[in-house]
Design a protein. Structure first.
Length: 219
């Protein structure tokens, strides 16, 4: 492995490049993510969803967490999957075709100003590019109720002094799935700068994956 393989060092996420990447990745995406299935369940539990609530699944991908969320909020609740890749969104719709009465899937980036839902809660699973987009985070906050609950599952770097082998391996592997490595030491930093309260409640995969919960700004 060489540093030349880490070609995602853009300061800002690149939405167009991400759409092109997921067009290639969509078909085999689920096979590459079996190792985080249990972590997804933990993140969903961290939202403490109640029947009748509205929850956003940001960058929902092929929709693996949509059924989990739908069961939590019940038929009176609402699950909205937001996904900027048409190919990934199509797979999510196929997944929910026979069991998605309270689920809708919107094909758009999170920065799209049409996202206004008064959501009670937000799930973000491996959404590095969204977390590093100021426009996306500003619109996310607008799309939710003040103080909405949030759960985040994602990749994080270990201290480089001793964690560099794990960091380089994970960054090399993740280069196809994200377009920026900005703030990987604290991926939710931009949310915190906007007034969100975020606490890491669990780690996994030798500390290179984290689950955080908290609340979006109250006003």
């Amino acid at each position: 492995m060489s540093l030349s393989g880490l070609d995602n060092l853009d300061a800002q996420p690149d939405a167009d490049r991400s759409v092109r990447a997921y067009r290639r990745l969509a078909k085999g995406y689920d096979r590459t993510c079996t190792w985080i299935e249990a972590l997804r369940h933990v993140a969903v539990e961290g939202l403490q969803l109640q029947p009748g609530e509205t929850v956003l699944d940001v960058a929902c991908g092929t929709g693996p967490t949509l059924p989990l969320l739908a069961r939590k909020v019940g038929i009176q609740g609402r699950v909205i999957g937001i996904e900027h890749s048409p190919e990934m969104a199509q797979l999510a719709r196929q997944r929910m075709a026979s069991d998605g009465g309270n689920v809708s899937i919107v094909v758009a980036g999170m920065a799209d100003p049409r996202h206004v839902y008064a959501a009670d809660a937000v799930l973000m699973c491996y959404t590095q590019d969204v977390l590093q987009s100021s426009a996306a985070l500003d619109q996310l906050i607008k799309a939710c109720k003040p103080g909405a609950r949030i759960a985040i599952l994602g990749m994080i770097t270990l201290p480089w002094l001793w964690g560099w082998p794990v960091n380089l391996f994970n960054m090399y592997r993740a280069r196809h799935y994200m377009t920026t490595f900005r703030n990987l030491d604290r991926p939710y930093r931009l949310l915190e700068q906007r007034g969100a309260r975020i606490s890491v409640v669990d780690t996994a995969l030798w500390g290179s994956a984290y689950i955080a919960v908290g609340t979006l700004p109250a006003a």
